[in-house]
Design a protein. Structure first.
Length: 204
């Protein structure tokens, strides 16, 4: 089965609709999705010299993005509330997603985190909020939080950042298709490239 890697960050606005669309589109095309949580902060700082979201750095770009998100979410029938704080802390949620990757609930948890942040304006940096989401998707908050704080999970997230950079990822959502024919594989960036990425994975 063809494989598509979904690189995402919980602070990424456009990763929200992508996270809710990708499994449906991939299933219809016979493509397997591999969920790859990514901490964008180090990449933004290293590649672009940014210590904040580009949507905060460039005011006009941010103004456009928030209106566009309203349109995109309306079209997808997704609830949307502009977060009262942006970007929110995402490190713990990303580590918990990696735990979910080992325990089978990464996709459901990731969608729940996005819905909380961009659909309900809940603080996804708050351990209490995340504990409720872990429980909702069938996890054990005590055990899963303990594992999320382990050296192994912290190293896995660092390795994800390094791997993403090596594959040319510079933002989220990004979709990467390994390829024997194209050196380095194929990279697509942005929620609006999801259909193209799935089609490419299915065809190549």
């Amino acid at each position: 089965m063809p494989t598509l890697e979904f690189w995402y960050e919980f602070a990424s606005t456009y990763s929200y609709p992508a996270a809710w669309r990708i499994d449906r589109l991939a299933l219809a095309a016979g493509v397997k999705v591999v969920w790859r949580p990514l901490f964008l902060g180090p990449l933004f700082h290293k590649q672009q010299g940014m210590s904040d979201s580009p949507f905060n750095v460039v005011e006009v770009k941010g103004r456009y993005m928030w209106r566009d998100m309203e349109r995109v979410c309306q079209a997808e029938m997704l609830p949307f509330r502009r977060p009262s704080a942006f970007p929110r802390r995402s490190l713990l949620a990303l580590r918990l997603a990696l735990v979910g990757g080992h325990r089978g609930w990464i996709a459901n948890f990731s969608r729940a985190v996005y819905a909380a942040n961009f659909g309900q304006d809940r603080d996804i940096g708050d351990p209490a909020v995340l504990a409720l989401l872990v429980k909702e998707v069938g996890g054990d908050p005590v055990a899963d939080f303990h594992e999320a704080d382990s050296d192994a999970i912290k190293a896995e997230l660092r390795d994800n950042v390094a791997e993403a950079e090596a594959k040319g990822v510079f933002g989220a959502p990004s979709f990467y298709i390994p390829s024997n024919k194209t050196p380095g594989g194929e990279l697509f960036w942005g929620n609006d490239r999801l259909e193209q990425a799935v089609a490419w994975a299915a065809a190549h």
